[in-house]
Structures are given as C-alpha cells and as structure tokens.
Design a protein around this ligand. Structure first.
Ligand code: HSE
Length: 293
C-alpha cells in the first residue's frame, strides 16, 4: 500500500491558454492504493458527493486501466471539483504516480503525464495536459502536443475560490474561435514575458505576462464579481490577476509581503458582491509526492 499527495494546479495563467500551468503548494488530493484483482474506488473529502465511484466514470479508473494496474483506491479530496484548481487532474496525477510505483511499471514522470491526462478526459471531455503536468512534475510547466517543458519556480500566489460552480465544458463553449493578428502578437509577448518571469521567480514579470485579451474576458462573464475582485487584488499589491484554469477560482500573483493583504482584499470584494469565497494563500510548489507506510 502507498499514498501519493498531488497538488492543486492553476492552468492557462492568462496568456498560456491550454499550455501553461503551475503546481500550488496547497491544497492537494491524497490517493491511497493497494493491489487488488479489480479496481474499486472510494472518494471522501471536498465535493466527494459529486464524484462517481464507478471506475468507468472516475478519472482514476481510466488511469488504472491505462497502466493495467487494478487496485483498491481511496481518494481524499482536498480540492473541490469544478473549482478551476485542477481537482480531477490532481486525482488522476496522484493515481498515475501511485500505480506506476505500486506495480513497478517503470514510467518516468513525464511519461505519466499523457496517462493521467487520459483519466482527466473522462470528466472534462477533452484531454489537456496543462493541469496534470504541473501536478505530476511541479513548478511551472509548458505543455504542447510535442511534450512538456518544466521549470522550477517559487512565487507567492493567492487562489481565491468563490462558491460558484463553472464546469470546464461550459467554460470551453465561450472560448472565441477566432482572434486577430494584433491579439496574437500581444499574446506571444505576454507569454514570453511570463516564461522569463518564471525563470527569475519575478512576480512583476509573471504578473505582466498574465495579461490576456482573448480567452479571459469571455470567461470572466461566467464569474460574478470577477472585475471587482481583480481590481481589489491589484489595488492590494498583486502584480497580475487572471482566471485559474476554466474558473471560477481567481489567481493573483504578488510579492510575499503583500499576499495576506491581497487575499483579504479579494475575499472582501467577493463579499461585497454577495458571493461567499475562500482564499488559499499559496505559492508555486512541488509535484506529486510518494509516501510509503
Ligand atoms: N486549459 C483548460 C481550460 C484547463 O482552460 O479549459 C481546464 O481543463
């Protein structure tokens, strides 16, 4: 039997739609696995009542099948589903790392990324590597069809999660199907700025590089209070604010000394809009960790 903790993640970071992702130091999902003749799944924790335990319908069941690794699997959710914090990806990532080890499959962490993504596709309808990659590898990841590039980074963040549910499927429906060359040029500049910022652990460059005029404005309409919360975070010292993944969580980058202030400003702004929320004072952290009993 072994246990794997896989972190929440924030995908897109504005200018890197479907490509960029970061691991958060917390919250996280914890998955326990034990060899068995057939796969069974038990789910407890945040939002567990909404997660199917049927292996055919659970992210983790697809991972067990892909690795030919039947197991008794217990998932303790620290990350609420439909939050924009990579909830299903964290379970899939944890299961991939755990079952690879339990059955000695010998896959590298990078090889486990597409396997975990297959699991995530069971719930999101589409395979994206931008959440599973950072959950498995940690740090900042750039996931393209040709593979994943990982950069170790450590920058303070606030992830503010309102009590609103936005499904990834709905959030993908509002993504524009066309963009202008001007917006393409702007996006390339921002994405390059952000990537440089990650190499330097520089909240200023990362924040500036998170600007996005293509996908984020379309999705912001699905989140009550988005503009107010964003402005409140910027006023409190955040260097950049965007939607975390498909939302509704909102991600703010900031210098360490402003993090607490940014978190309470975001909560106050949601409250003023009549929306309950919680704020994780977190940072870019490590990928899935294995714990033997
Ligand atoms: N890049 C994805 C999206 C992340 O924003 O739709 C969620 O799977």
């Amino acid at each position: 039997m072994l246990t794997v903790r896989a972190p929440a993640t924030s995908a897109n970071l504005g200018s890197g739609f479907d490509v960029f992702g970061v691991a958060l130091s917390h919250p996280a999902d914890v998955v326990r696995v034990e060899r068995a003749d057939r796969t069974t799944i038990e789910v407890t924790g945040a939002g567990s009542q909404y997660i199917p335990e049927d292996p055919e319908k659970n992210t983790v069941g697809a991972v067990a099948e892909a690795l030919d690794a039947p197991a008794r699997i217990k998932i303790d959710k620290g990350i609420r589903p439909a939050s924009g914090l990579g909830s299903s990806a964290a379970s899939a990532a944890a299961a991939a790392v755990a079952l690879n080890e339990l059955y000695d499959r010998g896959k590298t962490r990078k090889e486990l990324v597409p396997i975990a993504a297959k699991g995530e596709a069971v719930v999101s309808g589409d395979a994206h590597d931008d959440n599973v990659a950072p959950s498995i590898l940690g740090g900042f990841t750039i996931a393209t069809p040709d593979g994943v590039t990982q950069v170790d980074a450590s920058v303070p963040l606030v992830a503010c999660l309102p009590e609103i549910v936005v499904s990834t499927r709905d959030a993908r429906r509002v993504v524009p199907t066309e963009t202008s060359v001007d917006q393409l040029v702007e996006t390339v500049g921002n994405a390059a700025t952000l990537t440089t910022g990650m190499h330097r652990d520089d909240p200023e460059l990362i924040g500036r590089g998170m600007e996005d005029t293509v996908v984020t404005p379309a999705r912001a309409k699905l989140i009550d209070g988005y503009s107010e919360v964003r402005q409140a975070a910027l006023d409190a010292g955040s260097t950049g604010v965007t939607i975390s993944g498909a939302g509704p969580a909102i991600l703010a980058v900031c210098p360490e000394h402003d993090r607490k202030h940014v978190a309470s400003a975001m909560l106050d702004a949601f409250e003023a809009e009549g929306v309950d929320a919680r704020a994780y004072q977190t940072r870019i952290g490590q990928g899935a960790t294995v714990h033997h009993p």
